[in-house]
Design a protein around this ligand. Structure first.
Ligand SMILES: Cc1cc2nc3c(=O)[nH]c(=O)nc-3n(C[C@H](O)[C@H](O)[C@H](O)COP(=O)(O)OP(=O)(O)OC[C@H]3O[C@@H](n4cnc5c(N)ncnc54)[C@H](O)[C@@H]3O)c2cc1C
Length: 443
């Protein structure tokens, strides 16, 4: 079994597949696993239902399995805040789960190795060879040269949908989100910053949890640029960060560190365009430095801050959207619909409170939403499914991608073992395997 892309969804898919006993190759372009979860996302949305926004609704952890195992492992090495509850804006999310990005890479790398995954880092999936309606193998490029990986089943977790596109799958490039490079800013006094924002009545997001080994510390702080802070913080700061596409909401696992300051940029075309992507990389890096200067000048606590981390490449919110047997619709999400082939359930929407899952409940992600249309042995998991903008604002989030990854990896391993096409796999066999591995399902 081959998983293309070892990011948020792909690393989980590979662990799940290897644990099912399948000989599993994970092909990852960078030198480490994690993808956008260690480069873009502020917090991991969301392991729980939105219970706090709906009085009387019970708190439920709705994503477990490998996604929770990663948090448990990170907890052992001081690499997460745990599931801290939101102190404000709990009509958006009830919890804040933040991670140490560097420890996440290490912990997940170790989990892959322990599961027996054959890990090919710094290796690019560069093509696919088809036989009829199936993929026979993928072509890769690395410093060891051009290679060919044959397998019975494949999972595309490249975010860009590279493998699906090379295999001739249908896709669209919607270019409906800005790209981003988020940076970590070191040498900040979080309490001083918080006191300043409080004095200015400019605190929007706030959550407390585990930070640098101490409980009840600020782990999420900030305000949506131009939303809460306009007329509250200096005009030069507000106008500056709005025009730079920067955000002021951040999380942290450590003292003196703001882990994710997002700097967004709207590309004129899809980020699969190499030349426009190269221009964007430079523009965003300039804007990161300008953002840092605004923070230093205007935000008490950030006077001596410096850029401690950036992503190696720009982060996308969408590349290609791959056509699958089912396309999750916004109504499925907000009406809390479930399917007769649910592989996970999920309860978070990134546009909340405008869109929330009905009554603080969950919707189901069906297996058919992961099956790439027209190809018999290819599944897709992660940000590359779901074409509707607002439905995608739910399914694209990290914890949903991990859940999809666990299901896709498990299904691909079962298909490989029994020589099934992805459409012939009996749902009950998949469901049983997921439940055995502590995946939470309803109905
Ligand atoms: C700026 C930003 C902020 C976000 N904020 C949040 C947030 O606060 N909370 C939240 O839950 N979600 C957030 N999201 C969404 C979420 O982080 C992503 O949608 C999710 O992580 C995507 O996971 P994925 O597995 O689809 O892709 P990725 O995690 O990006 O994984 C794709 C992997 O494939 C590899 N790859 C790509 N092409 C190839 C190839 N041809 N060959 C080999 N490897 C390849 C990449 O190197 C990468 O490791 C944010 C996203 C962005 C961009």
């Amino acid at each position: 079994m081959v998983v293309a892309g070892g990011g948020t969804a792909g690393a989980v898919a590979a662990i799940a597949s290897a644990r099912q006993g399948a000989k599993t190759a994970l092909i990852e372009a960078k030198g480490y696993p994690g993808g956008t979860v260690v480069e873009g996302g502020t917090a991991l949305h969301s392991y729980f239902n939105l219970w706090r926004a709906f009085p009387g609704v019970e708190k439920r952890q709705v994503v477990k399995g490998i996604a929770q195992e990663i948090i448990d492992r990170l907890m052992l090495v001081g690499g997460t805040t745990g599931h801290g509850e939101m102190a404000t804006r709990y009509d958006y999310d009830s919890v804040c789960t933040a991670i140490d990005t560097e420890l996440y890479k290490l912990v997940v790398f170790e989990m892959l190795a322990e599961a027996g995954v054959h890990i090919f880092t710094n290796t690019l999936v560069a093509g696919a060879v088809k036989k009829g309606k199936s993929i026979e193998g993928v072509i890769t490029q690395s410093r060891s040269g051009r290679e060919y990986f044959r397998a019975r089943c494949f999972v595309d977790c490249t975010a860009y949908g590279d493998l699906s596109a090379y295999a001739g799958a249908e896709f669209v490039e919607l270019n409906d989100h800005p790209v981003c490079n988020s940076m970590g800013i070191g040498n900040v006094n979080i309490e001083k910053l918080f006191a300043y924002l409080t004095r200015r009545n400019a605190v929007g997001d706030l959550a407390y949890g585990l930070r640098s080994g101490k409980e009840d510390q600020i782990i999420r702080i900030g305000s949506e640029s131009g939303y809460i802070i306009r007329n509250k913080l200096p005009d030069e700061f507000v106008e500056g960060i709005v025009s730079l596409g920067s955000g002021l909401i951040t999380t942290t696992v450590h003292d003196n560190y703001l882990m994710f300051i997002k700097v967004n940029y709207r590309m004129p075309v899809s980020p699969t365009n190499r030349d426009e992507a190269a221009k964007a990389e430079l523009i965003i890096r300039r804007n990161q430095f300008k953002t840092l200067e605004l923070f230093r000048k205007h935000l008490p606590g950030c006077e001596n801050a410096f850029i401690a981390r950036t992503s190696p490449t720009l982060n996308i919110r969408r590349g290609r959207t791959i056509t699958c047997d089912y396309d999750i619709a916004l109504a499925d999400v907000i009406e809390a619909r479930h399917f007769d082939d649910d592989i996970m359930v999920y309860g978070f929407h990134d546009s909340a409170p405008r869109y929330q899952i009905k009554n603080g409940g969950t919707y189901g992600v069906p297996y058919k939403a992961l099956r790439v249309k027209g190809i018999d042995n290819l599944l897709a998991a992660g940000m590359l499914i779901t074409s509707d903008f607002q439905a995608h604002m739910s399914t694209r989030n990290t914890v949903c991608c991990m859940g999809q990854g666990e299901a896709a990896g498990t299904a691909a391993a079962l298909c490989s073992a029994k020589k099934f096409s992805t459409r012939d796999l009996p749902y009950q066999a998949l469901r049983d395997a997921l439940i055995r591995n502590n995946v939470y399902l309803e109905a």
